[in-house]
Design a protein around this ligand. Structure first.
Ligand SMILES: Cc1ncc(COP(=O)(O)O)c(C=O)c1O
Length: 416
């Protein structure tokens, strides 16, 4: 047997092929798998966001299965592209969570009426409330007296639920401070809503996004329980609990499944919020993230005085990847056209603009990268589309449907 080499003509994620045809004197080398230039991943213009709509439905239905008696409202801000909204809208029993009038209008255009929508932004513009009511929305979150004034002004018995603050333990993207009230204020607000002709029906919370600790939902239910009990003792007939979003996505490692969160919830639901016959969920990230992958090109490399090798890409924070610097880090797959030996190299990834904020994360690549190579950033379907800007003149990623390019992005699992 002679020296060991690797057949480098292997596409994408294909396993390394070992051959034994080297002359004995040649060094033992392992090459990173190449992706032939004819592969569609090279044809697609970058920066690109490649969407697989089928995954949206699969993710949505997996959550429905885990919480069989819940109303699951897809939080459309996490990805309002039609490729995600349309297939979910076509499901008979699908609902949506909205935060603004334009979101309601988008849904109306694809045939989703207000009877399948709840409005969980606790602070709304008057004109947006008016449009929501005109569109048939009847379920609204609130967490302030001024919001009671706005909602009550329409003279309708709108169903309203109070957003409470809860612990965010285990959430990578906490949503603390901006919204939510403590128990005594929640009860006061429910009383106030009732006195103004609204119909107070429940409580809501959000444990923070990308929450990897199922027990945090149980903690949240224990936190809202005193307000629930006090309101019911005052004759306010609460029957709705909104468990928010927060279900995590497997970006760089395994995370709890919806069923794990459901198990934690159902263990305490009956004792914490007795009589909660209506359970709402508002998943965003867990429906949309895995639908999409971003394809970027390496545009520059530089050694800096800080000793780091910087790798510049044609997409970055201003392309919609704003969550990455704060810790929502996608797995990455380098794409190379020609063979190169394996060689572990650390890069500091940065976007194309001149702003130093436009810096992503440190990546340990199994191969040295060059200008013209590509990177696939996996699971970038949530809070990316619709977020980017053309700052510095750079375009936001163009959106493509995977099937239009005969691209199976699962062929490229993230490896670094
Ligand atoms: C009110 C509300 N509901 C639901 C969500 C969706 O959360 P996630 O994407 O973590 O599921 C968010 C996210 O910010 C939110 O603000």
């Amino acid at each position: 047997m002679n020296g060991l080499t690797v057949d480098s003509r292997v596409a994408g994620a294909s396993p390394l092929l070992f051959t034994f045809n080297q002359p004995p004197q040649q060094a033992f080398t392992l090459a990173y798998p190449t992706t032939p230039v004819g592969h569609p991943i090279w044809q697609i213009p970058t920066p690109a966001l490649v969407i697989n709509p089928r995954k949206a439905v699969a993710n949505y239905q997996a959550i429905q299965r885990a919480f069989p008696d819940a109303t699951v409202g897809y939080t459309m801000k996490s990805n309002p592209n039609a490729m995600i909204l349309d297939p979910i809208a076509r499901l008979e029993d699908s609902w949506f969570e909205v935060a603004s009038r334009p979101e309601i209008e988008v849904l109306a255009r694809i045939g989703v009426g207000g009877d399948r929508v709840f409005y969980s932004n606790p602070v709304k513009q008057m004109s947006h409330i008016r449009a929501a009511i005109a569109g048939g929305v009847r379920l609204f979150a609130f967490d302030s007296a001024s919001e009671v004034d706005k909602l009550a002004a329409f003279g309708l018995p709108l169903e309203v639920y109070v957003r409470m603050t809860v612990p965010h333990t285990g959430a990578l993207w906490p949503l603390t401070h901006k919204f939510g009230v403590e128990a005594h204020t929640a009860v006061e607000l429910l009383e106030m809503a009732r006195a103004r002709g609204l119909k107070p029906v429940g409580l809501a919370f959000h444990v923070g996004s990308q929450c990897v600790r199922p027990e945090t939902w149980a903690d949240a239910l224990r936190t809202v329980a005193p307000a629930w009990a006090e309101a019911r003792s005052r004759g306010i007939d609460l029957d709705l609990i909104d468990l928010g979003g927060g279900l995590p996505v497997a970006y760089t490692g395994p995370v709890p499944k919806p069923a794990d969160v459901a198990a934690a919830v159902y263990r305490v639901l009956g004792e914490t919020v007795p009589g909660a016959h209506r359970i709402l969920l508002e998943p965003g990230r867990s429906v949309s993230a895995s639908t999409s992958d971003m394809v970027l090109e390496v545009t520059g490399l530089a050694e800096r005085p800080d000793g780091q090798t910087w790798l510049y890409l044609d997409g970055g924070v201003f392309s919609g990847l704003y969550e990455i610097p704060d810790g929502i880090r996608p797995a990455v797959r380098p794409i190379l056209a020609e063979p190169r030996p394996l060689s572990m190299t650390t890069y500091r990834l940065a976007g194309p603009t001149c702003d130093s904020v436009d810096t992503l994360f440190e990546m340990r690549s199994p191969v040295e990268l060059k200008v013209g190579d590509r990177l696939i950033l996996k699971n970038t379907g949530a809070y990316v589309y619709g977020v980017g800007s053309t700052f510095n003149g750079f375009s936001v990623p163009e959106v493509y449907e995977a099937s239009e390019w005969t691209l199976d992005m699962d062929e490229f699992p993230g490896i670094c």
